[in-house]
Design a binder for this molecule. Structure first.
Ligand code: NAD
Ligand code: MG
Length: 392
């Protein structure tokens, strides 16, 4: 009997994760089909993808490009909608089996929650969803019997190490970090770095926001919080270790002291494919690891004095409530400003730290509280950026 294909909704299909997910689907046309594609501004790429993969529905978030996309897809009879509300609605379609949440930032929260409420399986790339509202999102997933399959490489590694071990308690996990392009640098150096330097990641080719987060170690901070929620861990159970080669993607240590690591060349297609095909492994032609090219795998502590974002993320996680939502919103605004040369590299942490101090703390936030917090922080952070010392 022919196996049924899994119908996937790819949210953020025009991004780095989205396009790599489509590579995986292109290579496995008997296993996966594309049901929904969504993008924000890159209408031409979204149209090209729709013409190739022939989804049921396409959503362009930027409403000004709706007519353009609609006209292009009319002959193919593909439904076209626009706006973020539409993304949150189409994920609930009966024909969707799994939602790949690959929108970047807070913008991905609403559609992920909507998909969980409609009992869709989730392949989760959008880590900010768990950073902003981890308590709410994991609670909803539990209530609706929805699994959150991690796409983030470190969390996929932990998840792969846990296969067959879900009944065994975790003692701790080690999230590996490449250290980014500025590993080993001091604050004097960092005070004058520009976006062109920060955008050059040594091992991974990713979207602009996560690349800056990787350079500032905020990405690892967000991943610590993501791991807490995905695997139900306490602060003391999460450690970060810098591993510049990005071959060991993360490690689980069990209560008998045994450690399991997942390894491989840095290639996001592998964790994307694992999340989409779970519990199966699909044969791939991704390049294989060659020991002779990596005679040494090295490990060193993270420098949280220089890269304060990682310490701030731990602090926000420990405070709980809406603190990580504050951290995330301030960071999104700070990164956007850094990418426009409006603030310096180190100022990004200042904006996050000040926001954490000033925005009112809510112990048990509702969804509406998260929305309000996010809004409040963005306004405050923009104000700080106006007063930045960086020459405009
Ligand atoms: P990206 O910037 O390359 O792509 C983002 C996608 O989201 C695009 O399709 C864009 O059109 C869409 N988008 C952006 N803003 C939107 C909005 N306001 N409304 C609707 N859609 C919007 O980002 P990426 O690198 O693919 O990252 C996506 C997510 O995956 C992030 O949360 C990131 O942290 C996570 N992630 C990425 C990687 C990677 O290798 N790129 C690795 C691990 C985790
Ligand atoms: Mg990662």
């Amino acid at each position: 009997m022919e196996k049924e294909k899994k119908n996937i909704a790819i949210l953020g299909s025009t991004g780095s994760i989205g396009t790599q997910a489509l590579d995986v689907i292109r290579a496995n046309p008997d296993t996966f089909a594309v049901e929904v594609l969504t993008g924000h501004g890159n209408a031409d790429l979204l149209i090209k993808q729709a013409l190739e993969f022939n989804p049921n529905t396409v959503v362009i978030a930027d409403e000004s490009k709706y007519q353009y996309v609609k006209d292009a897809l009319q002959p193919k009879d593909i439904k076209v909608f626009s706006g973020n509300k539409a993304i949150a609605e189409v994920v609930q379609m009966g024909s969707v089996d799994m939602v790949l949440a690959a929108i970047v930032g807070y913008a991905g929260l609403e559609s992920t929650i909507s998909a969980i409420k409609a009992n869709k399986q989730i392949a989760l790339a959008n880590k900010e969803t768990l950073v902003v509202a981890g308590a709410l999102v994991t609670q909803l997933a539990k209530e609706n019997g929805v699994n959150l399959y991690p796409v983030d490489s470190e969390h996929s590694a932990i998840f792969q190490c846990l296969a067959g071990e879900f009944h065994n308690p975790i003692e701790k996990i080690y999230l590996t970090a490449s250290g980014g392009p500025f590993r080993g640098k001091d604050r004097a150096f960092l005070s004058s770095v520009k976006k062109e330097q920060a955008l050059k990641h040594p091992n991974w080719d990713m979207g602009a926001k996560i690349t800056i987060d990787s350079a500032s170690l905020m990405n690892k901070g967000l991943e610590v919080i993501e791991a807490k929620w995905l695997f139900g861990l306490a602060t003391e159970q999460i450690d970060v270790i810098v591993h510049p080669q990005s071959i060991v993607h993360s490690i689980v240590q069990f209560t008998d002291g045994s450690m399991k690591a997942q390894m491989g060349l840095p290639d996001m297609k592998l964790p994307i494919q694992y999340a989409m095909a779970y519990p199966d492994r699909i044969k791939s032609d991704f390049p294989r690891f060659d020991f002779m090219k990596y005679p040494q795998l090295t490990f060193e502590p993270a420098d949280t004095k220089t890269f304060r974002n990682l310490a701030l993320a731990f602090e926000a996680m420990n405070r709980g409530g809406n603190a990580a939502c504050i951290l995330n919103a301030a960071n999104e605004i700070a990164v956007e400003a850094f990418l426009k040369d409006k603030v310096g590299f180190l100022e990004m942490s200042d904006i996050v730290e000040t926001s954490l101090q000033k925005v009112s703390f809510i112990q048990n936030p509702s969804y509406e509280d998260y929305v309000a917090t996010d809004k409040e922080v963005r306004v405050m952070a923009q104000e700080m950026i106006k007063h930045s010392a960086v020459k405009k």
